[in-house]
Design a protein around this ligand. Structure first.
Ligand code: GLV
Ligand code: MN
Ligand code: MN
Length: 439
């Protein structure tokens, strides 16, 4: 694991980098249109926003009407920016700036525009619209690149609607399987049906696969969603490792009985078993120095005077170390078994998502660091707690991430906020990084 250590901000190195790159090329490469970036972020944020965005947030669940509108907005902005736009067979929107050598491996960047329930304006959106702004600026500055650059807006990163996620990046990296299309949302609509309603044929999902030889790198710009950069008073950070999430769906079946007439020692209360499991999740996540969350709970039949007969709940477990995460997941599943046996309830555990933690490419970390130095942007290296499409893209190419400061570390929340200046600095670092990788 990499330490969370500062890169010393060193005037001499910056001057050296400046001279090496040439002042003119630096001036040409690091400009973006700040207001245009901000306007597109705010405009996308209007799609799926409640009447008061800072209270109700933005909801664009994957392939919902709001998400489809958001996706159309991204296509429009890409086209307006002069990018060649296509949508692949799993719905990834891809905008391309052709390089001088069409056979050279592509430099990719992007993120997602679907959101969680009542999410914010920046999670995913900054990585897509920041990348579009960066490439638009490269095009406008007339900078010539050897490699093509592609901006991707990945389908369903969040996984809120169907309980999984990273669908577009799984599709692109060859990790999507047919079973995914049978998953159902809360209204009983299958993923396959949602795909068809959005105009995609689920049977063609393999056509989205990209080969490693055709890719040079994937770089994702994203808000931090934590407090580390804010604590260090830095606008931008460089990610070294990303935690890998495991999502379990647990169903515990006991017996629904009368809440007044059934003595305490004669109950099979599924809720009480769940409560014990929740505390075990907390204890084990703390013990392993990972994180564990029970965020979604359904209690049936759900009456004030009925003993809960059945519960279904999610468990999200994450760690940067794969082996420790495996042990943590095993201990949680063992606890589910022993608690349900003790309480005479039946337990079923379904793994909805299991993505390995990832280490960012050291070459890309170096390129991002050099870009920060060139732009006189002080920075630090840090680990990433949230999941991203980069976790899947690392399977097929060199991957790196640029983080931008989140106000109060808040995210997946209507109060999620990143200052305009920070979005601008992050986008400039992305632009410079892309130019270095694609030149
Ligand atoms: C997505 O943001 C996740 O980390 O679950
Ligand atoms: Mn995100
Ligand atoms: Mn998110």
């Amino acid at each position: 694991m990499t330490d969370r250590s500062y890169i010393p901000y060193n005037e001499e190195t910056i001057v050296a980098e400046l001279v090496k790159g040439g002042v003119n090329s630096l001036i040409a490469t690091h400009q973006i249109n700040q207001q245009r970036l901000w306007d597109t972020l705010m405009k996308l944020g209007e799609i799926g926003a409640g009447s008061n965005v800072t209270e109700e947030g933005v909801t664009r669940l994957s392939l919902s009407l709001e998400d489809l509108k958001g996706r159309q907005y991204v296509i429009d902005v890409m086209k307006e920016s002069g990018l060649e736009v296509r949508v692949d067979s799993v719905g990834n929107i891809i905008g391309k700036l052709e390089g001088a050598n069409p056979d050279a491996p592509v430099v990719m960047t992007g993120s997602h525009v679907d959101t969680v329930l009542q999410g914010g304006l920046f999670d995913g959106a900054l990585g897509v619209l920041g990348a579009v702004e960066a490439i638009r600026s490269i095009k406008e500055s007339g900078i010539e690149l050897t490699h093509s650059i592609e901006v991707v807006s990945f389908t369903d990163e969040e996984g809120t609607r169907f309980g999984t996620g990273y669908i577009g990046s799984k599709g692109m990296s060859g990790y999507l399987d047919e079973k995914t299309f049978q998953l159902k949302d809360a209204n009983g609509i299958t993923y396959g049906e949602a795909f068809e309603q959005a105009g995609f044929d689920p049977s063609l999902y393999k056509q989205a696969i990209r080969q490693s030889k055709d890719l040079k790198a994937y770089v994702e710009l994203h808000i931090e969603q934590g407090k580390v950069l804010e604590e260090h008073e830095l606008a931008v950070g460089i990610v070294t490792d990303i935690q890998g999430p495991v999502w379990l769906e647990v169903t515990l079946t006991g017996h629904p009985d009368h809440a007044g007439a059934t003595p305490m020692n004669m109950r099979k209360d599924a809720s009480l078993a769940m409560a014990e499991v929740m505390l075990e999740v907390e204890r084990l996540a703390t013990k392993y120095q990972g994180v564990g969350t029970v965020g979604k709970v359904k209690v049936e039949p759900g009456g004030v005077n009925i003993i809960p007969g059945k519960v279904a709940f999610s468990v999200d477990l994450r760690h940067v170390d794969k082996e420790l995460r495996t042990s943590m997941v095993n201990e949680v599943t063992n606890a589910i078994t022993s608690i349900s046996t003790k309480r005479s309830v039946k337990a079923e555990v379904d793994i909805k998502k299991a993505v390995d933690p990832a280490t960012c490419s050291s070459e890309i970390v170096d390129v991002i660091e050099a870009s920060c130095l060139e732009l006189s942007v002080p920075t630090m290296k840090l680990q990433c707690g949230a999941g991203h499409d980069s976790l899947m893209m690392t399977n097929i190419t060199n991957m790196g991430m640029i983080f931008v400061r989140s106000k109060d570390g808040i995210s997946h929340n209507p109060k999620e906020w990143t200052e305009k200046d920070d979005c601008v600095v992050g986008t400039r670092v992305l632009l410079n990084t892309l130019v270095k990788l694609a030149k």
